[in-house]
Design a protein around this ligand. Sequence first.
Ligand code: NAP
Length: 313
Amino acid sequence: MSEPFQRVALIGLGLIAGSMAHAMRGGGLARQIVGHARSAETRETARRIGLVDEVFDTAAEAVRGADLVVLAVPVGAMAAVAEEIGPHLAPGAILTDVGSVKQAVIDAVGPHMPEGVHFIPGHPLAGTEHSGPESGFASLFRNRWWLLTPLPGTDPAAQERLTALIRAMGANADVMEPEHHDLVLAVTSHVPHLIAYTMVGVADHLRRVTEGEVVNYSAAGFRDFTRIAASDPTMWRDVFLHNREATLDILGRFTEELFMLQRAIRMGDGTLLHDYFSRTRAIRRGIIDAGQDTAAPDFGRAIVEGKQGGQAR
Ligand code: NAP
């Protein structure tokens, strides 16, 4: 990256902001990184671990003089934060967000952006089931996609600068229409999370009958669901409330497929099941070929210990 940012303000100090702070520090991508989080507890933790150079008690103070502002709060909190910081943003500053839904964030943040501030919405497709100021790590974005959904008329130089930062943090940058982003993410992330939440909920009900067997004999399929279903409840509540249309569309299609498979099982239609599972296996191979997951058995768990790159989210 050519010129580092002078002062980056991270609003929200959780997994994504924390990982950005580590990645930017490691790569010398910002001269100063400051931040703000809602609770005194998170602010205190961030100060104690030195997550950023300075932690402010209000978002308005944090963004003063920043040439890059990153909104890294749950999607449902974006509007209030944007309203608070709008009048305090420096002219010429770039403001981006990392929200998992794009159209709703554009609607929430856009009206509060003053003239001369470059608002470029974004979404890193990287995450883990952990949250909070101590959960971030520098390699989270490595080899993951980071989608930008710029508005018409976005300043190309500002977009190029943000893209360079994203690439310098190890991610691959791409551009998408906001509505298309929300549909794609409903398929690849949002509905899969909902299914995981549901399956763990079903098992939870069962557990009352089987007394702990679900936990004790937890097999890989269910274990993977529990990992996803351990994700932050506030973040995911907001994702579903703010990507309602696309989620309901994909959920409708999912339900139809499920009924079709249910019928095949009932009718003993092994050919249909085998053909279906062969097609899905090919999709998994495509994901590995694209470098978005490991081909190691059990997702590389036995081999990979500790913090590696994040999962696409
Ligand atoms: P996180 O670890 O839970 O952190 C969220 C941060 O936002 C916390 O510091 C929290 O402060 C702060 N916050 C919440 N409400 C706030 C408010 N009203 N004003 C100021 N700060 C507020 O969450 P995260 O995983 O980093 O997610 C942040 C954003 O990234 C979300 O929009 C999410 O959709 C998106 N995202 C997440 C993932 C993922 O897998 N986790 C992946 C891609 C994108 P307190 O601790 O004080 O509450």
